[in-house]
Design a protein around this ligand. Structure first.
Ligand code: ADP
Ligand code: MG
Length: 345
């Protein structure tokens, strides 16, 4: 079983940034509003992710680290309609097999203190903390030196870790993020207060978060994307779960000098994806309206009935498969085209 876990770990965990992504996924699934990531040596020595989410019950704590332990789906039916980031119950077990893991957590229920679980010994001890969970991962790949050797420099690994958090931050403006490296704050994106009602909120919150994460220069030259136009997405659209196909976000028209090829972010039901259908549809829209004079830059969000998309294609969940990719292609293309074609103020 240790071996199976290590093999699974190889698929899920390529580098420190993969661990960061899985732990932040879990924090978001737990309803966190503030997530703090602390790193040492680019994440190789330490990755700690602290959240203020619902926490883990003492009884469930030891099983959370076991393989195929997930509290998120109860049946195959649920697997058809996943609306959480995690569902495979693999990540923590996989990470445990290749690193030293400890979990400090407290729920609202029961005890007036939290519990600290040492992943190695299985020992549980009472510890003070407020509601939420901190997962600490030390000495990644210590047991698999061959893998450890393949890691790049600490600064490269750090950059990948920051990128992993940035992708989450672009999808969830209502959550605050902070990243520390070697005791220094390297990035901070404050939660955008949901003080506006309805769909106004979503696009406005996104606008502010995009300005914060990518810089004012991204948002200054960007147009809002919202399709269908009669229907503004509500806050629930952040994590998916809605039935109707929607596309929203921002598309930029930077001049060549300011164009950034890494500014292409696509999300499906709140999950960052690399997807040919979306990329191609967006590129076609730029071709049609701007005749290829502008490099596409965008943050696009697709909301789709979860039964119409398979997110269980790859262990890292970065790829998805649409049941009807034409429908998604057309929606994205229309959405971006009408945004780019609209008169700009
Ligand atoms: P998955 O996310 O696919 O369910 P994981 O291995 O990532 O599997 O996590 C296993 C379980 O541990 C989760 O289903 C959840 O119950 C619990 N868990 C992990 N991290 C957290 C967290 N930050 N807050 C609350 N529960 C958590
Ligand atoms: Mg998970």
């Amino acid at each position: 079983d240790e071996l199976i876990s290590q093999i699974a770990a190889g698929e899920v965990v390529e580098r420190p940034a993969s661990v960061v992504r899985e732990l932040v996924d879990n924090a978001l699934d737990a309803g966190a509003r503030q997530i703090t990531v602390r790193l040492q040596a680019g994440g190789i020595r330490l990755i700690s992710v602290e959240d203020d989410g619902i926490g883990i019950l003492r009884e469930e704590l030891p099983t959370a680290l076991k393989r195929h332990a997930t509290s998120k789906i109860a049946s195959l039916n649920d697997l058809e309609a996943v609306d959480t980031m995690g569902f495979r119950g693999e990540a923590l077990a996989a990470i445990c097999s290749i690193a030293e893991v400890s979990v400090l957590t407290r729920t609202d229920e029961g005890a007036s203190h939290g519990w600290l679980l040492d992943g190695r010994s299985g020992e549980l001890q009472p510890t003070a903390r407020s509601r939420g969970t901190t997962v600490e991962v030390r000495e990644l790949f210590f047991a698999t030196p061959a893998r450890r050797k393949f890691l790049k420099s600490e600064s490269t690994e750090l950059a990948h870790c920051i990128e992993a958090v940035r992708r989450h931050a672009l999808a969830r403006p209502e959550v605050g993020f902070a990243i520390w490296h070697e005791g220094k704050l390297v990035a901070q994106w404050r939660a955008v207060a949901p003080d506006l009602a309805g769909g106004e909120y979503l696009l406005d919150a996104l606008r502010r978060r995009l300005a914060d994460v990518l810089g004012e220069e991204f948002i200054e030259q960007a147009v809002a994307v919202n399709w269908p136009a009669d229907d503004v997405p509500g806050e629930s659209a952040l994590t998916g779960g809605q039935q109707r196909l929607r596309v929203w976000g921002f598309a930029g028209v930077p001049d060549a000098a300011r164009s950034r090829p890494d500014w292409q972010f696509a999300y499906v039901n709140g999950r960052f994806v690399r997807d040919k259908v979306i990329t191609h549809a967006a590129r076609s829209a730029y071709e049609d309206v701007l005749h290829g004079h502008r490099q596409p830059v965008y943050a696009l969000y697709v909301g789709i009935d979860p039964t119409r998309v398979d997110v269980n294609v790859h262990p890292t969940k970065i790829e998805v498969r649409f049941r009807d990719s034409r429908e998604v292609h057309q929606a994205v293309r229309h959405a971006v085209e009408s945004a780019l074609a609209a008169p700009r103020s």
